[in-house]
Design a protein. Sequence first.
Length: 514
Amino acid sequence: MTEGLSTRPDDRSHACRQSGEAVRRLSADVIAGSAVFAAALAARLLPVFVFPGVNHADEVFQTVEQAHRLVFGTGTVPWEFVYGTRSWVLPGALAGLMAASLAFGDGPDFYMPAIGLALAALGAASALCAFLWGRRFFGISGGVVAGTVTAVWIDAVYFGPRALSDSVAAHILVIALYLSTPARPVIVTRWRPIAAGALLALAGSLRIQLLPAIGVVGMWQLSTIFRGQRVAFACSGLLTALLYGAVDGLTWSYPFEALWRNVVANLYYGVQTDFGVMPWYWYLSTLIEYWTGLSAVMLGLCLIGAVRLPQPFVAALLIAASLSLLGHKELRFIYPAILLGVIVSGVGLAQLVSWIGEALENKGWTRHNATTETCAVALALVVLAQLALATGSRPYNDLWTSGRGIVMAARYVARIKLVCGIGILDHDWGAYAWFHHAVPLYWGTPDDPLDRDSVAFNTVVYDKGKPVGFGYVTRACFHKSCVAQRQGNCSPATKKSMPAPPSLHDPWKPELNR
């Protein structure tokens, strides 16, 4: 009895020490993970506040412009929403953010940052997933390395906050893949297969080009991680897909109509070829052009990281391979594969840092010093490499400055008064989501330019150095785009509709017309 009493304080002391160590580890994990997420979020806000621009017209007309139509009643209608080839799910979600921003103020100075902030946070979640993967395999130091690579990689920063289905689907796919690779020992909570299945289905619904990769990964997960939770995983995915398709029934004519029409328009009528056809190796050559010497480094790190993250690695390969088979190619299409490749490479770099740290320990370094020194060097190299790409790469400079002037000029127009009509003189499209005034919006085409002296508008956006109509006074210039106004009223004229692909103009295809 005496011996038993004497050991209890020691047991309690040992338990307290273990509890304290667990709390300290948890606190360190939370601090490190929060720092990675904050850094990723801050970096992704650069395209929102510091370098506004447009990667592709789709990030305006397929998403934000349609959200503007829902909330404010004005918006340009692209051919996709004439022929019913796009779902209203993503525009509807952005419309919710746009409506919520009205609590703080009206106009693009309020709703565009709100949308950018929400999408940047979703993109930053990918860096957090990379941190959690790296921490799982190599501790906090490995998590910081893997998370930082994803947080600051220039492509992830650039595409992170953009209202593109490619970007949104990529970020959702990363979260789904993280939920599908639980820690060892394998512990699968009840909600994990439900969330993973739902997010995989949502990513595939947002971007159907990802379905081949998602299908393979989904079957992989059914036979491994979620073998005992197949019903929950499959049913949540099926229910999400059905709900997504049901939105078409509410907004168009029947469920999955947008998906069906998209496939018919692109694969049967060949709409995708109207926008250009590139060779199968275009993505590979483009990445080499953008990444230069880093391409070989990233490939090596990706192969190292694939040992730890086989599913994301295989998904990236399948996405790249399937998209390479399609004729029409754009950098934004391959972003999901790029993001997954960057994450796997970040884990590969964490593995390399771990190996170097172990080698230094064998040479007499303390574990703390070996870990700190190798992590610091790795992080410095990553940041310097991204700064070099951002400042010294012509392709990235062109990418980051694309559309900057017109966006800033349009937001300036949104702030001024006495606007009765807007003319876009040197561009062939315009968006109410930028200008926000509920007035006629006019633009010309190369074959049918806009009359600079037209009385249909009193406010124009034009390229610096080009002529402007009689009586106009320039009010501000942003890079190559300027804003000018004249006095007087406007007499509305016939507005041009957005052009449709030539493949849809054939009179023998009336079933597509709506």
